[in-house]
Design a protein around this ligand. Structure first.
Ligand code: NAD
Length: 288
């Protein structure tokens, strides 16, 4: 495969960045990859496992020759990282991010980037409940969507090249606007994570069922449903603080539906329960 970018810099070396690195190397998509993470322990781990061709001790050093800079840090620090790297970016390079929220990330990052640098925000819809530099794997993006959210006036060539890059990493690419992205993700990812965290909290609070019983008797329901509640707390705190409007809207609707089901159970309205489960099962069965 021909090289899409000669030099790539990964800022943040967790699940997403490490998976990108292994996917880039698998497909020979890029030339040289530099990496930087704020924590020295993460940088040491990255060096030990061969994550990145060069692990740098500063973000400035990592980005200075890069043709593509990927911000793969928690959503809440994207703006700070953009401010830190801005003076060192190569003119004409592309900056992208992989943040799970788009509107506030764009607002936080765009003002820091100098003229002549292309900003093409993105979000690969792929992940696991694991985090850190050792959690990544090359096939994470295979046949998954990567949404690109070009800002107004974005250079079409920069969007096209980043599209080719993500396709080479195995993903299918679509363009979307930031507000719609945040609403869609509030439904498909953010609110489900909140509910999974809550279910674990409820089980923990229920003194008549011990934690060890929950673990021991965690049959399909609890185990499947709460897997995502093992995800990184910093990442998810930042997602909710940055996607307030959409998650509150979806949470409001969720609560209404839950109350309706609660009422149906209390009043013995089996028809309501059956009709509801029939309709939602049909939708769920449509998801492969
Ligand atoms: P992670 O916790 O595995 O890694 C985060 C990395 O960022 C770590 O290496 C950490 O050291 C580094 N970091 C934190 N603050 C920093 C700073 N100020 N400067 C430099 N490095 C810093 O997280 P992840 O799962 O790889 O998530 C990264 C981004 O990708 C987040 O914005 C998240 O919303 C998004 N995302 C995550 C998933 C998922 O399922 N985990 C999926 C898609 C997108």
């Amino acid at each position: 495969m021909t090289e899409v970018y000669p030099r790539v810099a990964l800022i943040g070396l967790g699940l997403i960045a490490s998976s990108m690195f292994w996917a880039m190397k698998r497909r020979g998509v890029v030339g040289h990859v530099t990496g930087y993470a704020r924590s020295a322990a993460t940088r040491d781990t990255a060096r030990r496992i061969g994550l990145c061709d060069t692990v740098c001790d500063s973000a400035a050093e990592a980005v200075e020759d890069a043709d593509l800079v990927v911000l793969a840090v928690p959503v809440g620090v994207m703006g700070d990282v953009a401010a830190e790297i801005a003076p060192y970016l190569k003119p004409g390079c592309t900056v992208t991010d992989v943040g799970s929220v788009k509107k506030t990330v764009i607002e936080a990052v765009a003002p820091h980037l100098p003229e002549g640098v292309h900003f093409v925000p993105g979000h690969p819809l792929a992940g696991t409940e694991h985090s850190g530099p050792e959690s990544g794997f090359a096939s994470l993006f295979d046949n998954r969507w990567c949404l690109l959210v070009p800002v107004e006036g974005a250079a079409p060539e920069a969007v096209e090249t980043l599209t080719t890059f993500w396709q080479a990493l195995g993903a299918n690419v679509e363009l979307m606007d930031a507000e719609h992205h945040d609403l869609v993700l509030a439904v498909t990812s953010h609110t489900p994570h909140l509910i999974a965290y809550t279910m674990v909290g409820v089980a923990d609070d229920l003194r008549r069922v011990t934690d060890s019983e929950v673990i021991k008797y965690s049959a399909a329901g609890f185990r499947d449903f709460t897997r995502i509640a093992a995800s990184d707390p910093t990442m998810w705190r930042d997602v909710f603080l940055n996607n307030k409007e959409a998650t509150l809207e979806i949470l409001g609707r969720f609560t209404e539906e839950l109350f309706a089901l609660q009422r149906a159970i209390r009043t013995g309205d089996g028809d309501h329960l059956h009709a509801y489960f029939t309709r939602t099962r049909a939708i769920r069965r449509g998801i492969i």
